[in-house]
Design a protein around this ligand. Sequence first.
Ligand code: ADP
Ligand code: MG
Length: 257
Amino acid sequence: MADIIALANQKGGVGKTTTGVNLGAGLANLGNRVLIIDIDAQGNATSGVGIAKSSINKDIYDVLVNEEPLQDVILHTTHKDLDIAPATIQLSGAEIELTSQIARETRLLDAVKTIGDDYDFILIDCPPSLGLLTINAFTASNSILIPVQSEYYALEGLSQLLNTIQLVRKHFNPDLKIEGVLLTMYDARTKLGHQVNDEVKKYFKDKVYKTIIPRNVRLSEAPSHGVPIMDYDAKSTGAIVYTELAKEVAAAHGKQK
Ligand code: ADP
Ligand code: MG
């Protein structure tokens, strides 16, 4: 049965998508079957694994709003054992359209139940908001991985995120856990980097990953080539750290093969 992890932080640009794609590829390299579900209308995870928007007939919108089978929208990527349920700009209307529908919070849960045996890990790349799409992700997930960008006010907004997690636990998913907190875009040369690291550890304690993701220009280049970092520059710092993170996550789930 798949372990389902949502990547969430309502701040944009903190590394959710970068982590989804590269952690996904790292877990696949360890012998796991991995599905990324893109629920951001930007579709950055979709293009980041090399799926051209023009080649998509149906996407996650059709699953959530029209209740089409999830199986029908899943595509293979060029990376072995890494699949994607793509998103397109069509998804931008979903929050409003779902509002008036029955079981609007559990659409994604109902969908993943049908394919859970096909994968070892399902990673859900959330949009930068705490709306109905993110609530669908939290309702469908076992746990939440929170990327935190190393910057001033890094923890700002996280109390709203934790409140949303509490609400979803109360109403839809009592077993929802915090998978871990990942420090991203870290600069070890600055005092700020160390301060943020200390602050995040004080707040989240042993939930903070040992692996820290530094700023690495190769990580920002890989998406335009439509491949995970390991397939773009296997020797880069980005490839090394996301492989380390994958090992940490796989070990936590007893899925290091
Ligand atoms: P989110 O999904 O949270 O909005 P992204 O993963 O898209 O964030 O990252 C935002 C931008 O920062 C992207 O352009 C991405 O390529 C870049 N980026 C992410 N992580 C790193 C990193 N560790 N080093 C350098 N650039 C990064
Ligand atoms: Mg994103």
